[in-house]
Ligand binder design. Sequence first.
Ligand code: SF4
Length: 420
Amino acid sequence: MQNSKVGISKLLIYIKIGIHVLFKYRHQLSLKFLYSATTLLFAFYHNKLIKLNNTYKLHLYLPAYPTRAFFKAVEDKLLSNPPKPVTIVYSTTKSCTYKCQHCYQRLDKGADLPLDIMKQTVKAISDAGVCFLNIEGGDAFLRFDELCAILDTVDDSVETWVNTTGANVSKEKLLTLKEKGMCGLMVSIHSPIAEEHDKFVGVEGAFELAKQTLKLCDEINLGSAINTVLEYDKIKKNELPQIMDLAKDLKCGFVQLIHPKRAGIWLENTELNKEDNAIKEYVEKAHKHYNGFKTPKYPALPAQAEEEHPEKFGCTSGAIDRFYIGASGEIQPCEFLNLSFGNVKDEDFEIIFKRMREYFKTPCEDWLCATQSGAIYELMEKHNLEKLPIPYEYTKELVESWDRGKPTNLYKKMGLYQNE
Ligand code: SF4
């Protein structure tokens, strides 16, 4: 059961969360903690609050209150020095029967990790602080036994969501995953028009499958989100309101707007950056509208373009808040940055993680997926690479001298990441 809380009921829940956090950490209370906790909590306030069964989601990528994972996130940010990452996108397989036009891992090569290394890695990720595990493929449902085994490996200090196209999903599989602790599904729908979506993902009937999967989520009380890549063309055709209507009818909790990025198969696509500002402007307005009190019946609308705004969290790649592990074990700062800092098949996770963090000590404003995509493409060309991500020996050439922009003001205000 997912429904939104707006207006006074939202404010009351925020106050309750604030009091709960202060009481729980009363022995660590200080003026700094009080200030950082309040600033951080209210950094989420412009999002619609979603009640999911007996919990509250302040944001899609923040574990629900009052779960153990939620309090792990609070401790990661406010009580750890340096603060720890909250989110990982973790690919369990490259196998996929779809041919999505934007696939950021289409050029990734190498065999999928064996299960034992996957399980070790997931444990290490959790120990590093991660409390929101977003599993994806390829199609994660094509390695269903491994998916189940990963869910068995994580405990309730980690909230897990799985990405899917809607293919290879059944009610039985969803019930099994729910039983093992999966909180929700993110289902890709890139257009409200069936033929357009099918064309974008290269599979006839994909739109109907995605819809069926979302109906199943509602039937068995699983959290659900639509993931949609919002290109400028779709904005011009006014497709977002239709996607929001569809999501409302399907009783989804969230519609996540994914900004089109030059990564993977789109790395060469220089046209994308040209439309960035127009998309951001549109998303800002849509975010305000669908997360406001005038649209209580609609799902929440999280949007990368909004959260990563220089006045909000900025770019949080490199395990500031988030990072990525590809199916073959390469650790990247973000799924949209095809740069590897090492492979868990060759080295311990902790060594690679520490190496990557060295280059991301302070959160900064620049969207690296936008400012560095050209440089990543050039590296690929320079070294005649036919696959991604760029291996660490070449990644080094870029990251040792790159400019990540101004430090993010919000974190500076909270006094976080200042001592590294
Ligand atoms: S590189 Fe930074 S701005 Fe781009 S998607 Fe990743 S976290 Fe966001």
